[in-house]
Design a protein around this ligand. Sequence first.
Ligand SMILES: Nc1ncnc2c1ncn2[C@@H]1O[C@H](COP(=O)(O)OP(=O)(O)OP(=O)(O)O)[C@@H](O)[C@H]1O
Ligand SMILES: O=P(O)(O)O[C@H]1[C@H](OP(=O)(O)O)[C@@H](OP(=O)(O)O)[C@@H](O)[C@@H](O)[C@@H]1OP(=O)(O)O
Ligand SMILES: [Mg+2]
Ligand SMILES: [Mg+2]
Length: 346
Amino acid sequence: MRLKEDLPYTADEDVSEMEETVSLQARYSNAHQRKVVVVGYALTSKKTKSFMKPKLEGLARNKGILFVAIDQNRPLSDQGPFDIVLHKLSGKEWRQILEEYRQTHPEVTVLDPPDAIQHLHSRQSMLQAVADMQLSESYGRVDVPKQLVIKKDASTISDGVVKVGLNLPLVAKPLVADGSEKSHQLSLAYDKYSLQKLEPPLVLQEFVNHGGVMFKVFIVGEAIKVVRRFSLPNVCMREVLKNAGIHRFPRVSHAAASADDADLDPHVAELPPRPLLERLAKELRRRLGLRLFNLDIIREYGTRDQYYVIDINYFPGYGKMPEYEHIFTDFLLGLMQSKYKKRTTY
Ligand SMILES: Nc1ncnc2c1ncn2[C@@H]1O[C@H](COP(=O)(O)OP(=O)(O)OP(=O)(O)O)[C@@H](O)[C@H]1O
Ligand SMILES: O=P(O)(O)O[C@H]1[C@H](OP(=O)(O)O)[C@@H](OP(=O)(O)O)[C@@H](O)[C@@H](O)[C@@H]1OP(=O)(O)O
Ligand SMILES: [Mg+2]
Ligand SMILES: [Mg+2]
């Protein structure tokens, strides 16, 4: 497919960025006889709405990238040809289709491999990579909260909690984290007798006080963007003793809960050190085999450098990430460039 010159996108704010990328694109285009990068996407309608915004498509077009919706009712091989396939759909059938496509079309970059994504669909395996990691501690310690997985029998939960030595309160999270409404339904458990009311399969995680603010670290290939979001407030011992039962809580740290401009205690607001996030992101990219994800990280209240990763999401809400259009399009061009470089070095 050839680059169409007749589809200009003219937002003023993008002019300097465009100049910069034009040279990148010119080099790439010369090498490829001005070939357009065709990106097929298979996303849920919710994700398409939040991600495929006109500004993204317009900027992409000016950089020589064309987004094409994949028709799930037709064989993938009959569509395209694609240079890159972007996807976030669940289900075994879709995974199989993609796996087969990856094998028969090794020249296409599939973002990301279905097996690697599957790893994040269980809250049991999701944080394993962080737990296994031996990051140097020069910029802070990164751990995961102590947790217990309950697969079936709710009546055994309180014994399990005592045995493992989990401290109350506990955050109860559905084991499956597949992006469904249900997978985001969390609750706080204040006493061990009520734990039997929970519905397995689930993960029980120690609640870590963090001053009511968490950090969302968005990763797009090698690019990192971190934002502050409001989160659950600290829970003191007195409250634990005073409260009882299981309390469902709503989605506290969604995009509208931005704390970037809030007037906060500087000890709570301070972002995790950049070198720490860079090392963490690099190591997770390698261990998870993923390029598109975000992680939720909190700093234990009262400490300067004790961090906990509490959640990792595949293809998160990039549509609300500042400058995502630029970051994402540069990432896609970078992918094509490195692919081209690899081919020419043989
Ligand atoms: N171990 C913990 N200690 C303290 N607060 C926690 C803990 N785990 C979760 N939270 C709080 O609960 C919120 C939701 O938890 P989590 O991020 O695991 O859920 P999720 O549904 O997977 O979220 P997302 O929408 O990011 O996918 C967090 O943003 C944080 O405010
Ligand atoms: O709407 P938000 O900004 O909260 O984005 C959320 C995104 O919704 P979107 O699909 O509308 O983008 C969710 O997608 P599904 O898993 O439900 O498919 C999920 O990825 C959350 O982790 C995102 O929260 P984030 O971690 O990025 O803040
Ligand atoms: Mg989260
Ligand atoms: Mg999550």
